[in-house]
Write a protein that binds this ligand. Structure first.
Ligand code: ZN
Length: 306
């Protein structure tokens, strides 16, 4: 039987938050609709942060509302605090990702809180969400889990401790984020094993950046360890405004090519996905687009998994 792997497109959030250009709202909505129409099952469409901090995310409520009309799509939003999570929920987000930095330096730069204070905020968000008639799923995303451009080495024990704290706070799932792209495949294997030993199947997802060119190798290591959910960004956009030196996410279309070629089913039509690059190009004429398939096209030998 073909194994299913879920790819979550994070370009509209992780990509656009750091892009040089500002994509107009109507074009952003069209781009998201095209990605969904290509079969991408989950899209992180925006973040509920103050517009003065990340101006490109000011239209997130409108974008979420439009995305919830797309058939079958799981609409994901990022929120750093209870206020943001309430706004994300009010707009109709199906799932809300709450970042929790493992490194103290990134936590202060990104959230102006210590990691422990942010876990307490996650607990407040979970408690509030459970009182709602249609609660969104809450994911705790451990940022800088593989290293930090501000603090340097991030001990695996610190990641495990925070993953346990998030599980105790009641999150539905935990993800590990290589925010600055410092991970290597051996480290991915070891950390996935350690965190899974602590929180079991609550560890769902990897969020990988390709700073060192190891993004797909790291995804493969995660896959070998049984991870079947991955974040990625069309054309490899992305980066964190509060993590100096971070570069783009792993490239969605290249990840889908690798997975399908290896016999893992993603449900994504690669040709249609590639077509969505044109809308991205129209919306961000000045930004560099990355990716092997974007450069070379789909190889004539390519076969889908299912
Ligand atoms: Zn990221």
């Amino acid at each position: 039987m073909t194994q299913r792997v879920t790819v979550c497109e994070v370009g509209p959030r992780d990509g656009l938050q750091i892009a040089h250009g500002r994509m107009p709202t109507a074009l952003k909505s069209r781009w998201i609709a095209e990605i969904a129409a290509a079969g991408v099952p989950e899209i992180e469409v925006g973040s509920f942060v103050p517009a003065r901090v990340v101006p490109a995310m000011a239209d997130s409520a409108e974008i979420v509302r439009a995305a919830t009309a797309l058939p079958g799509l799981t609409v994901v939003a990022l929120a750093p605090n209870l206020r943001g999570a309430q706004d994300a929920h009010a707009a109709g987000s199906h799932k809300i990702v709450i970042p929790v930095s493992v490194s103290a330096g990134h936590s202060q730069a990104n959230l102006r809180r210590s990691p422990a204070e942010q876990v307490a905020e996650v607990a407040r968000i979970v408690a509030w969400t459970r009182e709602q008639p249609r609660p969104a799923r809450i994911e705790g995303a451990l940022s800088t889990a593989f290293g930090c451009s501000i603090d340097g080495v991030v001990p695996a024990s610190a990641v495990v401790t925070l993953a346990e704290a998030l599980a105790a706070a009641g999150v539905d799932s935990v993800s590990l984020a290589d925010t600055v792209g410092y991970a290597n495949p051996a480290q991915v294997r070891a950390l996935v094993r350690a965190v899974r030993a602590a929180v079991g199947a609550r560890l769902e997802r990897l969020h990988l950046h390709d700073t060192m060119g190891l993004g797909l190798a790291n995804a493969l290591a995660g896959l070998d360890e049984g991870i079947v959910k991955f974040d990625a960004a069309l054309a490899g956009l992305g980066g964190c405004p509060f993590a100096p030196g971070a570069s783009g996410n792993i490239v969605t279309e290249d990840l889908v090519f690798m997975l399908e070629s290896m016999g893992f089913s993603t449900g994504i039509d690669l040709a249609r996905l590639l077509e969505a690059r044109a809308t991205l190009r129209a919306g961000l004429p000045e930004d560099e687009l990355h990716g092997g398939l974007g450069r070379a096209g789909i190889p004539r030998t390519f076969q889908t998994a299912a």
